[in-house]
Design a protein around this ligand. Structure first.
Ligand SMILES: [Ca+2]
Length: 138
């Protein structure tokens, strides 16, 4: 595994804790359904935001790697130009061209996932606190 991959996994581990951290913070001020809804919105926006920024960052990083590969700047890659590319250049080009999956993931799949995930975590958080408070008052 590369450092980049480890960092990537670390980001997702941190992101998975976001709803709990947001719920903990919001719960101190808002206890009702409004608070629960706020947690869902805040944490899903925060989670998707990180992934979208990461996606845009990687995209512009790739673009800086791809731009010089068009050696004469005519907007296309001729066979002569392709022959001068290193192995890394080819790898970058492959991820640049095959980025459909990444775009769909960052722009659609992950935001939906983070919304559902935040909803589930916030609901459990609120439910647990509700049951606890019922027990204390009983
Ligand atoms: Ca060219």
């Amino acid at each position: 595994m590369t450092t980049f991959q480890i960092l990537h996994i670390a980001v997702y581990i941190v992101l998975s804790c976001v709803p709990v951290a947001v719920a903990y913070t919001v719960r101190k001020r808002l206890t009702g359904l409004v608070g629960c809804g706020l947690v869902v919105v805040l944490s899903s926006v925060l989670m998707s935001g990180v992934v979208i920024v990461q996606w845009l960052g990687y995209d512009s990083y790739l673009e800086t790697k791809i731009a010089p590969l068009d050696r004469n700047g005519d907007g296309s890659w001729s066979d002569d130009e392709i022959a001068t590319w290193s192995e890394e250049d080819h790898k970058n080009m492959d991820s640049y061209i095959g980025d459909g999956g990444r775009n769909v993931f960052a722009a659609i799949i992950f935001p939906v996932f983070s919304l559902v995930y935040s909803f589930i975590v916030a609901s459990i958080y609120w439910l647990v606190i509700y049951i606890r408070s019922r027990r204390l008052n009983a």
